[in-house]
Write a protein that binds this ligand. Structure first.
Ligand code: NDP
Ligand code: OXD
Length: 306
């Protein structure tokens, strides 16, 4: 069995060593133009040339959860597309989002500014019932995030395409229930995949429907958010602030208005990083299962976009 590795931004050697140890007998190498046909591929942001030269692939393993960039390419005709299924990302996402919510709710940046200025002062405790949180996307990551937030006794709303029953979460689904979900939420957390249906989902209209003094946490993809609509909603006071981990252009260009808006906290697409060892173990298990003719979790439906 041959495995080809084509991941921009990942140092290949430790991945190759990890796969060789996990799948003794497999031949694994770094893809180069003109490389021989492989059975399986491990990819992140591969070029179109890679796809064109590997028409016989049985499966493509994306070393991330989001497959929006991969699905823009012409894929080999019979290859399954398999995304990372947690592999250590859900707990990271839960800690990132809980941190952002708690930092805002407890006004820690206000206290940091006070302390830096030598001011000793209390702020009035806020009611968590005034901060219902809406989590968009209740998949592998969104469900874990919603459950983690529920541990802090915030009211939690969740929105997904199909109906869900998750303890501690008031579940909304489908386009019909989107406005009710928004109207019931003050903090909006985005964990949707980027698809034609979800692009620009956080826009002027969405933001206006949230409870006033809303807070936005975008950890999914930059193209979910209409940047100017967020900036305008912050200027008007409808949105109190935002924590953003993902952007339309990454790195966020110098001079972008987000850099200078003090109500926006920025991080460089780091909320849930791909963990090498967990990812190798998961992908190796799945390759072995496919070789035995068994089903695996995390298969992407290209028509649906996730
Ligand atoms: P999943 O595929 O497991 O979950 C996606 C969820 O979104 C599902 O609940 C799905 O509904 C819902 N959904 C999809 N389309 C719609 C729609 N049109 N309307 C309503 N709900 C919809 O994905 P993950 O949880 O694993 O990951 C989510 C995203 O997080 C990734 O696609 C990626 O973009 C982003 N990400 C960001 C990272 C970062 O570092 N910033 C790291 C990892 C991921 P249903 O359950 O009904 O199918
Ligand atoms: C992912 C990401 O999709 O890192 O896994 O954004």
């Amino acid at each position: 069995m041959k495995i080809t590795f084509c991941c921009t931004d990942a140092k290949p050697e430790p991945w190759l060593q990890g796969f060789s140890a996990a799948l003794p007998g497999a031949e694994i190498s770094v893809w180069q133009p003109g490389a021989p046909q492989a059975d399986y591929a491990v990819v992140w942001a591969p070029p179109q040339q890679f796809m064109d030269e590997q028409p016989g692939l049985k499966a493509l393993f994306n070393i991330g959860a989001g497959v929006d960039a991969l699905l823009k390419l012409r894929l080999p005709p019979h290859a399954l597309v398999v995304r990372l299924d947690d592999a250590g990302m859900a707990v990271q996402m839960a800690e990132y989002v809980c941190h952002a919510v708690i930092r805002h709710f407890r006004e820690f940046d206000g206290y940091e500014a006070d302390m830096a200025a030598g001011r000793w002062g209390y702020r009035k405790p806020r009611l968590r019932s005034d901060f219902p949180i809406g989590v968009m996307g209740l998949g592998v990551l969104g469900e874990r995030v919603a459950k983690a937030l529920a541990q802090f006794d915030f009211p939690i709303n969740g929105w997904s395409r199909s109906p869900k029953a998750i303890e501690g979460v008031r579940a909304f689904s489908g386009a019909d229930q989107f406005n009710d979900f928004l109207a019931a939420s003050r903090v909006l957390v985005n964990l949707l995949p980027l698809t034609p249906e979800t692009a620009d989902v956080i826009n002027k209209d969405t933001l206006a429907r949230l409870l006033p003094g809303a807070y936005v946490i975008n950890v999914a993809r930059g193209a979910h958010l209409v940047d100017d609509d967020l900036l305008a909603a912050i200027d008007s006071g409808q949105v109190a602030g935002a924590t953003l981990d993902v952007f339309r252009t990454e790195p966020l260009p110098a001079g972008h208005a987000f850099w200078s808006q003090p109500r926006i906290t920025l991080t460089p697409h780091t909320s849930a990083r791909t963990l090498r060892d967990e990812s190798i173990a998961q992908i190796a298990r799945k390759i072995a299962a496919l070789q035995r003719g068994e089903a695996v979790a995390g298969i992407v439906n290209p028509a649906r976009g996730y």
